[in-house]
Design a binder for this molecule. Sequence first.
Ligand code: HT7
Ligand code: ZN
Length: 859
Amino acid sequence: PPTIRREDYKPFAWLVPEVSLQFELGLEATRVVSTLTVARNAKADPSPMIRLNGDGLEVVSVKVDGEPSNSWTMDGDDLLVTLPGDAHEITVATEIDPSANTQLMGLYASDGMLCTQCEAEGFRRITFFPDRPDVLSTYRVRMTGSAETFPVLLCNGNLEATGTNDDGTHWAEWHDPWPKPSYLFALVAGQLVANTDSFTTMNGREVTLNIYVREGDLGRTGHAMESLKRSMKWDEETFGREYDLDLFNIVAVSDFNMGAMENKGLNVFNTKYVLADEDTATDGDFDGVEGVIAHEYFHNWSGNRVTCRDWFQLSLKEGFTVLRDQLFSQDMGSEPVKRIEDVRVLRGAQFPEDSGPLAHPIRPDSYREISNFYTATVYNKGAEVIRMMRTMAGEEAFRKGTDLYFERHDGEAATCEDFVRAIEDGAGMDLQQFRLWYSQAGTPKVSVQLEHDGDTATLHLSQQVPATPGQPDKQPMPIPLKLALFDRESGRHSGEELVVLDKAEDTFTFGGFASKPVLSINRGFSAPVTIERDISGEELVFLAAQDDDPFARYEALQDLVVSHLKQAVEGELDDAARTEARNAIAGAFRAVLVDENLDDLMRGELLVLPSETYLAETMRIADPGRIHEERQALRAAIGIALEDELAAEYQTAASVPSDLSAEARGARKVKTQALLYLAAGNPERGRELAWEQYRNARNMTDRQGALMVLAGMSGIERTNALLDFYNRYKGNALVVDKWFALQASSMHPDVLEHVKALADHPQFTLRNPNRARSLYMAFAHNPHGFHAEDGEGYRLIADVILALDPINPQTAARFVPQLGRWRRIEPKRSAMMKAQLERIAEAPKLSRDTYEQVSRSLG
Ligand code: HT7
Ligand code: ZN
């Protein structure tokens, strides 16, 4: 497959101001007639023909200006039509089979309904079209279909007319007045019911809101609706963005490749991010719904009103929208807890990407298959990069920059450069060097040393941006670091400062310190970097207990744990040193357990151990088996040392009422953490507590927490709880997904055998992405199972990739990065991982998606 390069961008030779689409809908056969009004683009190189992209389509007929035409040819999958004049009307008829569309891109059938997914290049699977984001058109769509099979007919924009025909069909005509690229087109037809509500915008526009679901799911849409209304209000208040149609529709579908899609006025969602009630969704699931609803809604401005010029600019909409949804969630709940969670995601998903064979800048330079670039780098690092601009500019100036961006580029297909320039102009700052964050991949390492002499503290900072594929040499980037210097005696600091390290090395001095202060740096995680600091265990314990920045406090605890586990894994500790370090860590955790100034949401967060993936990431070459052993042993040691305190916390938390208040959610979080430690330290007691919690649970958070612990243990309680859970929820696909995932991510010694057996379960299928991920993605991210010493975990995931590739290549390709970590794993496992990648590479007829990921991983 050819490589597409950012530097080759050229505007399209034709404008397509208007599109008219007619659909005759059928699950097995849908006929599409599209009429495009086209005119020469004066800003592009002229061309005598227009290229209309297609993917697996066959031409039924072509007309130019209403007359049948044969001045067309095929170029691969694309249709080329020769046009003599400056303006024409092209009409193309095609016929597609949605029921055969297992890729879930374009128009497909899901559970008896029809729906679409067009981003990034799915529209070309529906009809021939210049399927690129810089071609903006208004759409008029007429859909006709069986009134019985498709009672609800939805499309973008406003519903203008409906009618019935004598043959049992009915029709609806929709018009979207906002010009949009084809990737934002959407159509849904099926048997659906709606939760309907309304929102009045800041200028008094009344917007009807609908959340469409299957009939039995209506009772679980309340949280999504409240989240939507909160998002609409927040975007008005925080970014001055008002909704721009009279109707906003959301549809939940159970077969979906990603989380959701921001189609103009008709968002399509994975059911996972719409449906929630206390019996079936955890507190984390509730947060997921709120965050994704907000994210898609915010795209209405950051993505739809201002869209991307080309797919290299994906982070323009995704990085910015992730930042917007993160800020929203921070405002709706606990700001520090949300920040810690976001950093945990970044470290768990993006840091490994940045240090592996698939590393790419947030604005990539080339790709073969764009679906492979919907990554944590483009999304989450992209958000961090914009967050840094906000930190340096200050909130108010940043808002001036975003206002200018929306005003300048409304209705346009813009670039990341446009965004940076608008922030520069609006906020009044120079971001020349900062642009390197868009072009350089890799997580910068910042080394920190603090010296003290007389009454002066001198801070030495240096940075190194590691080499990444295709980028051997890097330049220093501006790194904004929030810091504070604490007086050891009083436990206070004299104010937070922001320093920007923009050279390879720099020195900063601070006066007025009679004794050496304790440095708290990268507070709030002001920059997405790794910090190597010269800091003692006592200083970390001090910060873990005293730092007034909750993130820095969390970070000190994490550092304490990480540095101990690294030493332990690398064989640097004798028994005495190991015991001493474990005692210090247990002491720091005890302080967290008894600190009355902490709320439980934060307490629960502070108790989370760094993940095995993150620990592996901190080591040049990781031994996953040793990491697992040492982390589990530390958990057990903490569980033993703090058994009384943990049990007391557990009991207090267990007495808090079961509702969705912050207090109750915090209590549940602490309870789950306490249970994990207690079960590790005293398995018998843990098993009893977990079984009791399982039986008495009044919400999914408690039930799932208990089942998670039991799933990792042996014994009759495990069997009974898993059986009970399945029988209770076997009619609910999202909860059955949890049942698969809990077993696949468990610490049970036989997890690999369990996963193999579950693949034969009657409810398992590779065709539904949620189900496939619930078993296999959970397993691939379970280092304990995936990195089984004999390499069987690798073989299993390679088999999955090969089996899934012909069905759903996008989903298949998303498993490859786990095997792609082979260079960072100890030699024996590394060779087996590589061998599996080579086996996949040799398979005949690999999809473009999987081929690209495998070849980059081996390259
Ligand atoms: N913008 C949406 C991306 C998306 C997507 C991409 C490729 C294949 C399927 C997809 N479904 C949704 C989601 C978002 O970031 O909001
Ligand atoms: Zn998005």
